[in-house]
Design a protein around this ligand. Structure first.
Ligand SMILES: NC(=O)c1ccc[n+]([C@@H]2O[C@H](COP(=O)([O-])OP(=O)(O)OC[C@H]3O[C@@H](n4cnc5c(N)ncnc54)[C@H](OP(=O)(O)O)[C@@H]3O)[C@@H](O)[C@H]2O)c1
Length: 329
């Protein structure tokens, strides 16, 4: 099968599209014929780990995972012994958070992993939305978001931000989305109650306070957002922050008690339940994919270069099979 191999760390030029042996499903595993995947900021971070300590997880001298790609959508090609929930021909989507491997024509995932039947009527390329949404939901769960709570999402135009706006709305929250001018209409269409243009005004001076502030793009700080928080308000960010301050602030705010900082991490053990949940939200029309660009597998290095700019809107899809094969059943 064709796969995108990264044997060493570096720029997208190190990626090689090679023929490698097709995996065979072991007991309890499902072999998926991948139709679509994404290039995410996580993939970019695994290709060029930063800060350096990320290599403790990604591989000290060279990448532990030779094939990246966490989101997948495709058809079940074969199942290992003991598998009862899926059969060949089933259309499925999901996440492979432990082994990655979706930048390839075939991928094996555990039957009990983060895999579900495709949302009704979705194209494969529209279903590869789990990763950013899973991170977004991890923060919203950390906030214990309830109906009527007010949340500000800073950087609401990326994969995590667009998902956070939609999921927060589906939990009944009042959402203020902070984006650049070009994304104002998008976040309104996603359900934001208020859209603020960070290029035109200081988003910290908008005359409102919030129960939760999520920096969905890692570009602001707790100290800048502090004045936006109610006394019992909570701040979270998707990045470590300058000098890794966000995890340290978690400890500090446990001591001080007010205007807390949280830094929840997505747990693989919860990914399956999340994929099932996202399917229900998509089928209810409460969550839709925001697709910026689509690339064929052969042009994946270009996709990495684009995602690395930090300018994408929502997700960047890789069509592993020709898009003509990528239609609802
Ligand atoms: N914690 C985790 O497990 C985890 C995992 C994956 C990723 N991350 C981190 O999460 C962050 C978000 O990931 P993502 O994939 O959602 O990002 P993304 O899709 O790459 O976000 C890009 C968007 O952010 C906007 N943006 C750029 N600079 C901005 C600024 N200064 N203020 C507001 N918006 C800005 C861009 O539009 P404009 O430039 O037009 O504003 C663009 O639409 C990244 O920093 C990534 O490293 C964390």
């Amino acid at each position: 099968m064709k796969a995108v191999i990264n044997r060493r760390y570096g720029s997208p030029e190190v990626l090689e599209i090679r023929q490698v042996p097709k995996p065979a499903p072991k007991a309890g595993e499902v072999l998926i014929r991948v139709h679509a995947t994404t290039v995410s900021r996580t993939d970019c971070g695994m290709l060029r780990p930063h800060p350096y300590f990320v290599r403790l997880f990604a591989g000290l001298r060279r990448p532990k995972r030779a094939i990246l790609g966490m989101d997948f959508a495709g058809e079940v090609e074969a199942v290992g012994t003991g598998v009862t929930s899926f059969k060949p021909g089933d259309r499925v989507f999901g996440l492979s958070p432990d082994v990655y491997g979706a930048h390839a024509e075939y991928l094996c995932v555990p039957e009990k992993g983060a895999i579900a039947a495709m949302p009704a009527d979705a194209r494969f390329g529209e279903a590869v939305v789990c990763e950013g949404a899973w991170y977004a939901d991890t923060y919203l769960q950390g906030f214990r978001l309830k109906p009527g709570r007010r949340i500000l999402v800073y950087g609401a135009s990326g994969a995590i931000g667009t998902a956070a706006v939609q999921l927060a709305k589906s939990y009944g929250a009042k959402v203020t989305a902070v984006v650049a001018t070009r994304h104002l209409d998008l976040v309104r269409a996603l359900g934001a109650d208020r859209a603020v243009d960070y290029t035109a005004e200081d988003f910290t001076q908008i005359g409102e306070t919030f129960d939760c502030v999520l920096d969905a793009v890692g570009k602001t700080t707790f100290f800048r957002c502090r004045r936006l928080l109610k006394p019992e308000g909570v701040f979270a960010a998707t990045d470590l922050g300058p000098w890794c301050q966000n995890p340290l602030l978690v400890i500090w705010s446990l001591i001080t008690g007010s205007r807390r900082v949280i830094f929840p991490l997505p747990l693989s053990s919860k990914a399956r339940a999340f994929v099932d949940f996202l399917k229900t939200r998509m089928e209810a029309g409460e969550f839709r994919p925001v697709i910026d660009r689509e690339y064929p597998l052969e042009a994946i290095a270009d996709a990495y270069r684009y995602v690395e700019t930090g300018q994408k809107t929502g997700i960047v899809v890789i069509n592993v099979r020709p898009p003509g094969e990528n239609a609802p059943a």
